[in-house]
Design a protein around this ligand. Structure first.
Ligand SMILES: *Cc1c(COP(=O)(O)O)cnc(C)c1O
Length: 365
């Protein structure tokens, strides 16, 4: 049996009519940038997140970068980010000229450890960017308490956790703003690149919209040295087709994750931990194993697609040598990069496919 790490086919089959209708609407209108589809999607997604404003942009990295820029974060500033995340979180900080300060995660949740944040705060620290990694919300209460104490902005990186909750409240609403990615593989994915920022702050939303549109507040009038990062009409229309299915899609991911959690049984495998305060949306089903590379090869040889999120920790990446963090200094991020393995998990995975993944892992000796 061949099982890809991710397949969009079952979802595209189910939403075929809606996606084609979305394309037809846009083609019929012949209007491709800054139109009614963008507006409609932003309204629908803000409502989904229980937030007042949503501003679309080109991708998730831009959402984070433009938010930092809009909040005035710049050269000389420091921003706290987790040491175990996709590199985009750190790059957003770098692109506005500030320095990412890496804080170790909790080995069980994979998310930033709030108990380790305070010791990294200096007079240069301006913001904390918690990342709700793999689909599980961070432990937000202590993070928000620290932010309040030191008067720091909180910008959530929600790229992997559309719809996840913490203490019953949906992510995207905990801080000053939240960046989302709609990269095709994310829980809400476009048919190309797309992103958005969600906020309850109107001034910030207006500034973000201008920054992503050449710094223009109205046509040919420029108040900021902005850039071009807009959510185009086609992607907005495709995303709108998927928003009503978000709960169904996330519930299906939970169905698969629950089977893995209850049926995978192998002493070489550590299953992921979910905090009781959190409702996980399983962007990634992350197991750990001291025999990770052996297990990955074994599964691949059996036709099962797996992935490593992420095989090289940020501080050990070539491009971040200038942070001056040596191997061994962030042992938890390094431990995760050496032991983490992501199992196949996507909307519409069949029971037979799930059975095959489980029995294969259980037979690994
Ligand atoms: C995907 C991702 C991003 C960036 O999103 P893009 O749309 O690919 O630019 C940022 N942060 C995290 C944690 C991500 O997983």
């Amino acid at each position: 049996m061949k099982i890809p790490f991710v397949s969009f086919k079952p979802m595209e089959k189910e939403l075929n009519t809606e996606l084609r209708a979305a394309f037809d609407r846009v083609l019929e209108r012949s209007w491709y940038i800054d139109g009614v589809e963008d507006k409609n999607f932003e309204e629908a997604f803000a409502e989904f997140c229980g937030a007042k404003y949503c501003v679309g942009c080109g991708n998730g990295l831009d959402a984070l970068m433009l938010t930092l820029k809009a909040l005035g974060i710049k050269e000389g500033d420091e921003v706290i980010v987790p040491s175990n995340t996709y590199i985009a979180t750190a790059l957003a900080v770098t692109y506005v000229g500030a320095t990412p300060i890496l804080v170790e995660p909790d080995i069980n949740t994979f998310n930033i450890n709030p108990a380790l944040i305070e010791e990294k705060i200096t007079e240069r620290t301006k913001a904390i960017m918690p990342v709700h990694l793999y689909g599980q919300a961070c432990d937000m209460d202590p993070i928000l308490a620290i932010a309040k104490k030191y008067n720091l902005y909180v910008i959530e990186d929600c790229a992997q956790a559309h719809g996840a909750t913490y203490k019953g409240k949906i992510i995207g609403n905990f801080g000053d703003a939240a960046g989302f990615s709609f990269y095709p593989g994310k829980n809400l994915g476009a048919l190309g690149d797309a992103g958005a920022t969600v906020t309850n702050n109107k001034e910030l939303a207006d500034k973000l919209r201008a920054l992503g549109n050449y710094g223009s507040d109205y046509k040919y009038h420029h108040i900021y040295k902005g850039t071009n990062s807009r959510l185009d009409e086609l992607q907005a229309a495709f995303l709108s087709a998927k928003v009503p299915f978000m709960d169904k899609m996330n519930n299906d991911r939970r169905r698969i994750a629950n089977r893995y959690l209850t049926e995978i049984n192998n002493s070489d495998v550590i299953l992921p931990y979910t905090m009781p305060e959190c409702e996980h949306v399983w962007h990634v089903f992350a197991i750990r194993s001291n025999r990770r590379d052996e297990l990955a090869k074994y599964l691949e040889d059996l036709g099962i697609g797996v992935n490593k999120h992420y095989p090289i920790a940020i501080h050990l990446q070539e491009c971040y040598k200038d942070l001056g963090i040596k191997e061994g200094e962030l042992p938890i991020a390094e431990e995760i990069s050496a032991t983490q393995l992501s199992l196949p998990l996507y909307y519409g995975m069949t029971d037979e496919e799930i059975d095959y993944v489980i029995s294969s892992i259980n037979a690994f000796k």
